[in-house]
Design a protein around this ligand. Structure first.
Ligand code: CA
Length: 262
């Protein structure tokens, strides 16, 4: 996830204007923007600001997605249950049920559809980060519609990678197919991002990955946020795996996974 910097307090009018500028593209530019493999599937967008929802719908459609939009939290939750989308874009501040409650409800129903949160304020970012319920990523308003599409593709890419064999390192056993982590045979619950980070490191024990490499392969982009995103997630994985955690810091370089020397 991206560390938020800079002013987040914008008026709706300012956000709208920026989105309009960003969307003022020739009609055929959309295809060029999103070339490469089309990721088919339906995305449900829950956003109560009609101007922002319209921008999201247009850009996701141009990228080849089907898009269903809802303005209200409860209606959004019902649509997600009914339509079973490949991914969900959730505004945090919504009427009747906020985006975080929607995600919490889905995860409680064992629905792990990837979620991209759209946040307007720092306190909303804090709540999203505190969720640890498998919400995969977030964007801060105002955002570039291109980045929205890139993030959606990124969360889907993370979900649809080829299944890898089970990897064991020291006391930790990682099953990519079942997306399961065990320490001394006891299951440990990680968020989707934490799992992907650990899986990346454990895929090549002893190899040192820079923060940029981890941002690129786990978060799907090389150029947003800083190394702190990686550091925060490494700290979370360490706190959950305790002494058994195979992640080792290579100061000034990045991280590697090694069998712990106990
Ligand atoms: Ca809102």
């Amino acid at each position: 996830m991206r560390t938020v910097t800079g002013p987040c307090q914008r008026t709706v009018a300012e956000v709208f204007e920026e989105c309009q500028k960003a969307a003022a593209l020739p009609a055929d530019t959309g295809r060029g923007l999103f070339n490469g493999a089309m990721q088919p599937g339906l995305v449900v967008v829950v956003e109560d600001d009609p101007a922002i929802a319209d921008i999201q719908r247009r850009y996701l459609s141009a990228a080849g997605f089907g898009v269903h939009t809802e303005r209200d939290g409860r209606a959004g939750l019902e649509a997600i249950r009914r339509l079973r989308p490949v991914a969900v874009v959730l505004d945090v501040g919504l009427p009747s049920l906020d985006g975080i409650e929607i995600c919490r409800t889905l995860r409680g129903e064992n629905d792990w559809t990837p979620v991209l949160f759209v946040t307007a304020r720092d306190d909303e970012v804090d709540r999203v980060l505190g969720l640890e319920l498998g919400g995969d990523d977030y964007l801060t308003k105002p955002f570039s519609p291109r980045e929205l599409v890139a993030r959606i593709k990124s969360v889907l890419r993370r979900q649809s990678g080829p299944p890898a064999p089970v990897v064991a390192l020291g006391r930790v056993r990682l099953d990519e197919t079942r997306r399961e982590i065990r320490v001394d045979d006891a299951p440990v619950s990680l968020t989707a991002t934490e799992f992907d980070l650990l899986a990346k490191l454990m895929s090549s024990p002893g190899r040192v990955f820079t923060r940029e490499q981890l941002l690129s392969s786990v978060w799907g982009q090389a150029d947003y946020g800083g190394g702190r995103t990686v550091d925060v997630h490494v700290a979370q994985v360490r706190s959950k795996l305790g002494d058994a955690c195979p992640i080792v810091t290579r100061r000034g370089v990045g991280y590697t996974a090694e069998e712990s020397r106990e």
